[in-house]
Design a protein around this ligand. Structure first.
Ligand SMILES: [Zn+2]
Length: 255
């Protein structure tokens, strides 16, 4: 395994690839706002653009030092998965462009966006909230990486039967699960944490009142909410493959 043929932090290249992919696949692509000169994209298929409820939400690039998900998401959409023709799909390819370029967790003004999704004083968050007015998804997926992790792991927030174990299983051909029983202060079992209740308590007690994207999605917009993490010290191509496998498994579970 080696590296990408380009920098994982080239946002302009990423934008160009998304434009090409949307054109080729008939997907709607628009900028929800700009950060400086950099557009922040929302990509939707025709069902989602028409406001059809349900389906899939995916985002990547909320933390700029986690670049595998950004390229995996593009690669997956460019492969024209059948879910794009079957149900609404809404994608935010990279919500933190300055962070991606600078290879930093935080955005250009020093904010951790993933503790700020309820904070409309942040322009990107205000634009994101506006884009989601009246929307409802079956499942939301947030793709992340963790530099302390030794394997893949998954936060699953759900009002339905847990699917987390089968989703992780689908990614294990690329990277094994993190065996730690405590990850980032929470109890995990075989790389999986499932929550259905007391979500707001977690925000207060563990996150200092700051709302991550996945939690706000679960509370306001989605029946199920997944945050999938890869170990960012592992090989980049394996991490990309694991994220793509996760997306394929989620799409298959939706079919
Ligand atoms: Zn992250």
């Amino acid at each position: 395994m080696s590296a990408l043929s380009h920098s994982g932090h080239d946002y302009r290249l990423l934008l160009g690839r998304w434009e090409e992919t949307c054109l080729a696949s008939g997907l709607h692509c628009e900028a929800i706002c700009k950060v400086g000169e950099l557009p922040v994209l929302k990509v939707e298929n025709a069902f989602a653009a028409a406001g059809v409820p349900g389906g899939l939400y995916v985002s990547a690039g909320v933390h700029g030092d986690e670049c595998a998900p950004v390229w995996a998401l593009l690669e997956w959409v460019a492969s024209a998965p059948s879910i794009l023709r079957e149900c609404p799909v809404t994608i935010f390819p990279c919500l933190n462009p300055v962070g991606l370029i600078e290879n930093t967790r935080r955005d250009g003004s020093g904010i951790d966006l993933n503790r700020s999704f309820a904070d409309a004083s942040q322009p990107v968050i205000a634009a994101w909230q506006q884009a989601l007015v009246g929307r409802r998804f079956d499942v939301s997926v947030n793709l992340h990486e963790d530099y302390d992790a030794t394997g893949i792991y998954l936060y699953e927030l759900t009002r339905r039967e847990s699917r987390g174990d089968q989703l992780l299983l689908a990614c294990e051909t690329h990277l094994h699960r993190d065996s730690a029983i405590v990850i980032d202060g929470s109890d995990f079992e075989n790389g999986l944490l499932v929550r259905t209740t007391e979500i707001e308590q977690v925000v207060e007690e563990q996150l200092g009142g700051g709302y991550p994207e996945a939690i706000l999605l679960f509370l306001k917009y989605a029946e199920m909410s997944y945050t999938f993490e890869t170990p960012s010290e592992s090989d980049l191509l394996l991490r990309i493959a694991a994220h793509r496998a996760f997306l394929e498994a989620v799409a298959e579970a939706q079919a």
